[in-house]
Design a protein around this ligand. Sequence first.
Ligand code: G1P
Length: 292
Amino acid sequence: MSSIRIAVFPVAGLGTRFLPATKAIAKEMLTVVDKPLIQYATEEAVAAGMDTLVFIVGRTKNAIIDHYDKAYELETELSLRNKDAILKMVQEVVPSSVNCVFIRQSEALGLGHAVLCAEPAVGNEPFAVLLPDDLIYNKGGASCIQQMVEVYDEKQASIIGTQTVAITDSDKYGMVAGPKLADNLARVDEIVEKPSPAEAPSDQAVVGRYILTPGIFNKLRTTERGAGNEIQLTDAIAELRKTEEIFAYSFEGRRFDCGSKIGYLEANVEIALQHDEMADDFKQYLKNLNLD
Ligand code: G1P
């Protein structure tokens, strides 16, 4: 069992960048090759030893709840037809040893507010936050959140997943800065949400992976609206930093920004190219594609 048992998935966003696809379904249910986006994130958490998945859901998210529920009719039908491999795949969306908790965020007040909504399910222990829009792939190696759990075990402090970005993109991210402690580890001395390139403290961007101590909840309770007029997790982390050490961890792996159409397409292409069943055919198709 992991030292971090609980993973929080904020999935209450409106998905406006993918309208009209997301008019009636959650953007986290959009498929990357053959699985919904959210499943990549939950599998990452479960593989890292987490056994409680807390989903902060909004309107149009019922498909997510159904996806993590037992599908009696479907399972009975697959079993009657002896479709054992498919049945196993359906049943393994989430292992039976894992508990799913769903909490409604009735108003979309921002990521910080979504994380605060998880408090009744998290209580007083450290927990992970995974933003499913960031699909992080580390073929053959430990997943991003697994790597971060290992850093947490050593530091016993909040750990923020980061990566280097072009400074011109700083206004799309939380940006952190602080002294480097090792190749992939720095202390967070500064963290600011979506600064302009001129105001960015460094080129280190926060990606959608966090391990947070429960002290974050007290900070979130008093966090006022910030960038984009939303209650920002970044602002609460900046407050927490005044009383606790926080570390930035530059993970190994490839991140796809599936909150953008181009990132979503890149994820589909690259994951298909790694897929056991279809990599060869897909590679052939791409080779023959006339790009002019
Ligand atoms: C959120 C966070 C931001 C972080 C980003 C990573 O922003 O607020 O700090 O850098 O996720 O994907 P969003 O992309 O939801 O605007």
